[in-house]
Design a protein around this ligand. Structure first.
Ligand code: CTP
Length: 414
């Protein structure tokens, strides 16, 4: 049974959360309710205390010697916020810590579920949507509001889903999170490990305004970094041109080109236990960089002629890491590959051949097709291990779930 913090925001849907609390306690979970001050205008503290069997506080000034604002978050195995009001989403996205609940959100390293509920206009507002994106990118599970009758006469998206639905989502997330406990593994299986993750896509400059790049968003690499941090690792994230926010507890080293990425990764890899190459690295770069912008009519003899760009090979960073490791067992090296099936073989055939060629320990094979994975929140992969015919298929699932499957596979090797 899990230790759950149930955060309650100041919205009318707070009354539905009483039923959610009942479902949790009847299932045997140990629930501490942390309402905001305004939540108590809708449902009072005695109700929460009676239903949870625990005292209820909204600020950080009660039981101070017990440091509840840190302890509650640290000890939680799941934090659920329902209803998550527009105000609470904004505070969480910006890391404000004015009351007990927002402190819990900053100290928790367990899965966090937020169930927004508000009027449609507030939900649709660009500010709210931007906050939701930020939270989702950091790994918060945001349960989209249901559509239907709102307070008053209006209808539209903004309703808090029914308690049973919220409960089902939380149980699924908890089952995943407590999998490690059930397997008898340490709760923080990567504690004491230094892991290096590369993410994003490199850019190879042509002139001061142009570059050769690719469509990688960095989402999968950022999810890998976030999950490793949650599992206790010290994480260095070498990030090529991604605009995503830094995951909690992760050191980000921004780079632009393949050569910069190589330098940063190789340096960080010196004392690393694991290196995951999730970045899309350009195989080629322009042979020459033009110090001044290349003009449309760059050839005075033939103003209509387009310039040719000569390319040279970039270093294969993954191959270099494998070579540098030579006989040693450390670090564990994980490669990624985007593959398509063709006349010469299936995606898995190509994946296996690449794993042998690259010599890394694990290869995470992305199937790319018409529906590419670039920029999407979900992904489907096959995880191949060197010297084994066993394949772990993961997805379609969120890039966080995929990251969890990759770290499970790495942990088996560690
Ligand atoms: N990679 C790298 N350095 C490069 C290119 C790729 O380290 N210059 C890494 C990627 O980060 C990824 C893995 O190699 O982990 C697979 O990249 P991919 O481009 O699919 O492999 P290639 O060897 O370029 O294979 P292909 O011949 O299919 O292009």
């Amino acid at each position: 049974m899990a230790r759950i913090v149930l955060g309650v925001g100041g919205g009318i849907a707070a009354y539905k959360v009483c039923s959610l609390l009942r479902l949790f306690t009847e299932a045997g979970h140990d629930v501490t309710v942390v309402p905001t001050e305004s939540a108590l205008r809708f449902v009072g503290a005695p109700t929460w205390e009676a239903l949870s069997g625990r005292p209820v506080h909204t600020d950080v000034w009660s039981d101070v010697p017990d440091v509840p604002h840190v302890r509650l978050g640290q000890e939680a195995e799941l934090v659920v916020v329902a209803p998550a009001t527009a105000d609470l989403l904004a505070k969480a996205a910006h890391g404000l810590a004015g009351d007990l609940l927002t402190n819990v959100l900053l100290t928790a390293r367990c899965p966090v579920v937020m169930a927004p509920a508000m009027h449609t206009e507030m939900w649709d507002h660009a500010a709210t949507q931007a906050n939701v994106s930020t939270l989702t990118e950091r790994g918060v599970h945001v349960i989209p509001p249901a559509s239907g009758r709102l307070t008053g006469v209006d209808t539209g998206p903004g309703r808090l889903p029914e308690a049973a639905e919220l409960y089902a989502v939380c149980q699924r997330i908890l089952a995943h999170a407590t999998h490690d406990h059930a397997q008898g593994r340490a709760p923080l299986p990567l504690r004491g490990r230094h892991v290096v993750v590369s993410a994003g896509g490199t850019r190879e400059p042509l002139d001061p305004v142009r570059f050769l790049g690719n469509r990688s968003s960095g989402k999968q690499g950022y999810a890998l970094a976030a999950v490793a941090a949650r599992r206790g690792a010290t994480v260095t994230l070498v990030s090529a041109n991604s605009s995503l926010p830094a995951p909690a507890g992760v050191a980000v080293l921004p780079v632009e080109t393949a050569v910069e990425l190589q330098e940063a990764v190789e340096k960080a890899a010196l004392d690393a236990d694991v290196v995951v190459m999730a970045a899309a690295v350009a195989d080629f770069r322009p042979a020459r960089y033009a110090d001044a912008k290349i003009k449309k009519s760059h050839d005075p003899d033939d103003p209509e002629r387009a310039p040719s760009i000569e390319l040279v090979r970039n270093p294969d960073i993954l191959a270099g890491l494998v070579q540098a490791r030579a006989e040693a067992t450390s670090p564990v090296i994980v490669g990624f590959a985007a593959e398509t099936g063709d006349a010469d073989g299936t995606v898995l055939d190509h994946g296996r051949a690449k794993l042998r060629r690259k010599g890394c320990d694990l290869l995470v094979v992305n199937e790319v097709g018409v529906d590419t994975t670039f920029g999407q929140d979900d992904n489907t992969v096959h995880i191949l291990r060197q010297g084994s015919s066993h394949v772990v298929d993961a997805g379609p699932a969120s890039k966080y779930d995929i990251a969890a499957a990759v770290w499970d596979a790495v942990q088996e090797i560690l």
